[in-house]
Write a protein that binds this ligand. Structure first.
Ligand code: ADP
Length: 304
């Protein structure tokens, strides 16, 4: 306490001053306490951030490990499916060859019934081989980059060959299959291009009912060689049309369908430097167009 002399009584102003100083000290102490608390909070937050950063890094590492494991198991599965498909294709090719020999009369003439049965065997063996080829292709595109062996090819001749091989299916479905067009040269891998045309024509036949028509037009315009597959089938709704090139997409519950055919076809065409597109009117039919580069240089992928 401050002692005041008897001759100088404490002035009210000096009392006020002391009070101000005390209150300032109190506020200063409170502010210091607040700052200390904030510092503590800050330190805690920093620690929490470090903890979360570590957790995030751990999650990232776990994620990338899971991805590596997933990729590896996908690769192993693809390899296994490839092996099985490969093993099945060999005996099927023998069955088809034996049936063809019988139809060619190698083992003597066949009766009418026998001829019909052997034709069924050959046809179905052929279809199974086709399905296995697609499976192999699908596995190849999911497990390893596709390689092309391009050469100068006559697109019309290739399309005619594919159409001939699909005629039995067209006949079975009661759908007319016709090829029109002019000879046109393209620089492409014949096996891959054959798969694309087989898939498009196969789809067109599948989605066209008896009495309908599938026409394949081969042309060559300013943009280069092109193949159009036109059908008078069920057509594709606009919503589905946007998605048919997506992996595993199948309209409705299409049976016997993998939803991979168009994905693989597009991949093959793109690898050639070409493009594939589709348009359709539900209830009227669909049209799929494949455009190819005329030569290796225009596609830009054979340069190396
Ligand atoms: P998948 O290999 O199972 O046949 P695709 O990728 O070839 O599958 O086709 C995907 C889907 O696109 C099919 O399930 C079908 O719904 C539709 N589609 C393809 N071609 C046609 C067509 N010509 N007419 C009608 N729908 C078609």
């Amino acid at each position: 306490m401050t002692a005041a002399g008897p001759s100088e009584p404490p002035s009210p102003a000096s009392g006020d001053h002391d009070d101000d100083v005390a209150s300032l000290r109190e506020r200063l102490a409170a502010a210091e306490a607040k700052v200390a608390e904030l510092d503590r909070h800050n330190a805690e937050l920093e620690q929490e951030m470090v903890r979360r950063g570590v957790k995030l890094s751990c999650t990232r590492i776990a994620l990338s490990r899971a991805k590596i494991a997933f990729d590896e198991s996908t690769r192993q599965r693809a390899e296994m499916v490839q092996d099985v498909a490969h093993d099945l294709r060999t005996p099927l090719t023998s069955i088809k060859g034996a049936a063809q020999n019988m139809l060619d009369g190698v083992a003597g003439p066949l009766g009418e019934d026998a001829q019909e049965y052997v034709e069924i065997v050959r046809e179905h063996a052929d279809r199974l081989i086709g399905a296995l080829n697609w499976l192999l292709e699908a596995m190849r595109t999911t497990s390893a980059p596709m390689e092309l062996s391009p050469e100068q090819i006559d697109v019309l001749a290739l399309v005619q060959e594919v159409a001939r091989s699909l005629l039995p299916i067209a006949a079975e479905r009661g759908v007319a299959l016709d090829v029109k067009g002019e000879a046109s040269l393209a620089y492409a891998d014949p096996d891959r291009l054959r798969s694309v045309v087989e898939n498009l024509v196969g789809n067109a036949l599948k989605f066209t009912s008896a009495g309908g028509k599938v026409e394949v037009r081969v042309g060559d315009d300013a943009r280069g060689p092109c193949v159009r597959v036109i059908d008078t089938g069920v057509g594709i709704e606009a919503e589905d049309l946007k998605r048919i090139f997506e992996r595993y997409y199948r309209r409705g519950q299409a049976t016997g369908s993998s939803g991979l055919g168009l994905v693989i076809s597009r991949e093959i065409v793109r690898l050639h430097g070409g493009e594939i597109s589709a348009c359709s009117t539900p209830g009227v039919g669909s049209e799929f167009t494949v455009r190819l580069p005329r030569d290796g240089e225009s596609s830009g992928i054979w340069a190396s």
